[in-house]
Design a protein around this ligand. Sequence first.
Ligand code: MCA
Ligand code: AMP
Length: 496
Amino acid sequence: MTARPTPSLVELYDQSLVARRDQAAVEYDRADGGTGSLTFGELDERSNRLAQLICSRGLKQGDRLAFYLVNRIEIVDLWIACVKLGVIVVPINVLYKEREIRHIVNDAEPVAVVTTAAQKGEFPADVKCWDIDELTASAIGMPNKRPRTELRAESPAALVYTSGTTGASKGAVLTHGNFAANARAVAESWKITSDDRYLAALPLFHVHGLGNGIQTWLAVGCHMKLVPRFEYATAAALFEAYKPTLFFGVPTMYVRLLDVPDDRARGIGQTARLFVSGSAPLPAHVHDAFRAKYGQMILERYGMTETLMNAGNPYDGERRPGTVGLPFPNVSIRILAEDGREVGVDETGEVFVRGPNVCDGYWRRPDATAAAFVDGWFRTGDIGKCAADGYITLEGRRSDLIISGGFNIYPREIEELLLEQPGVREATVVGAADKLRGEVPVAYVVADSSLDVAAVLAHLRTQLASFKIPRGIVRVDSLPRTALGKVQKHLLPPPQ
Ligand code: MCA
Ligand code: AMP
């Protein structure tokens, strides 16, 4: 399998859209409260019609089209239609507010952002929005004809915004080849076949849900149940009703699933085949508690927006809690010391990655792209070590990135907003440990006595996605700094 050349995504999807056209492909929640279902052939046809519509609106290969939507089947139609056209998809986190959206829209310059009529209000007035319901209704009248596009493994498929090891958010250019290579490696590593039933609860605007979930489903032609989002109050009932064999989640979801009563958890564990965790560290005690309750060892893996999947615990071998396992098929990993020397066994250094999964670089940012690669190896900014038997353990990051519920938070973005507030003289934001979300942001400020904390938080709520809002604003007399003026975040008092 590994020797096969990497195809474009259209070739990969045809193993399902064409070869399995009469098979049930997906079940989803309809707007009227009912359940919808489609075969692979119907998905092929819907995406052909939508592609014709997008084309008739003037988009051509290489143009960008963004979406800002909670999970729904039309994102799948849109994705496949854009893939067939060579149009580059720009997913936007649906929790983002106008300021965060504006940055992505200004940078990616999409022809339009596909959203709902209700959510249009989140957008700057000058951004062209297309209503997804109107788009879907108009597509019905278009011909069921595949667009003719010359696609190769190098053709860009998506621009996914992430901050890498530095501050401002940049678009990682992910190609057809990146997604296809990753889908094959995921399917091979986790033995995913057309017999599987995949429960898709991860948001489709991030590569965990979009890259691993959607691509692997379309590559192998298994069945998928797509839900708007992971709701822990109804999660157990959802598992019992659908009986998935396969579930991909972030650690917060697994912490939530520990609340399910033992007898129900045991039943869910018996019908499932594989639970995968990633996007943030899975605490070893959650791994152990999940095993005791569900009778299933969670498979933890390590990925990144820019590189899709890098490493994972083995399907058949030992799934070692606290580690991210071994490099994925065709992916090479090395760990380097500050001076560029390869470290020895169990020695800590920065993780570098190379392989067909690694993106081409950042959209219109040759400087950031050059800084991200060293001799052809992508620098992840993650700090880790490798045991004698090859298992990799992540120990931290070079940047002060905070990951909360699997969503990334860059302290600098919040710090800059805090410094604009009247009365704030200095500000820093750190990640405080949180049992459920892994980490949550907490701000420390040096401020005048006039500071109105409630007003500051209310202002931040208008500017930032909910997961970025500090859980507390701690007033301090001064921030601990090095002789060079850099804040020593580890010396701050713990939040109360
Ligand atoms: C949360 N909210 C959402 C979603 N998640 N809204 C729409 N879609 C979502 N997926 C909103 C809720 O409506 C609520 O809004 C607020 O966020 C908090 O929700 P709550 O249920 O209380 O939160 P939770 O119990 O902490 O659960 C959140 C979650 C969510 C379901 C675990 O954090 C999540 O979906 N995380 C996945 C992130 C992800 O896919 N990361 C992958 C990045 P309000 O506040 O307005 O009431 S890619 C990556 O990292 C690399 C490649 C890798 O390795 O995979
Ligand atoms: P993102 O840029 O949003 O894709 O986030 C990627 C980052 O998430 C990686 O660089 C890691 O720091 C972190 N990450 C992903 N998977 C894991 C994991 N299993 N354990 C620890 N950190 C992880």
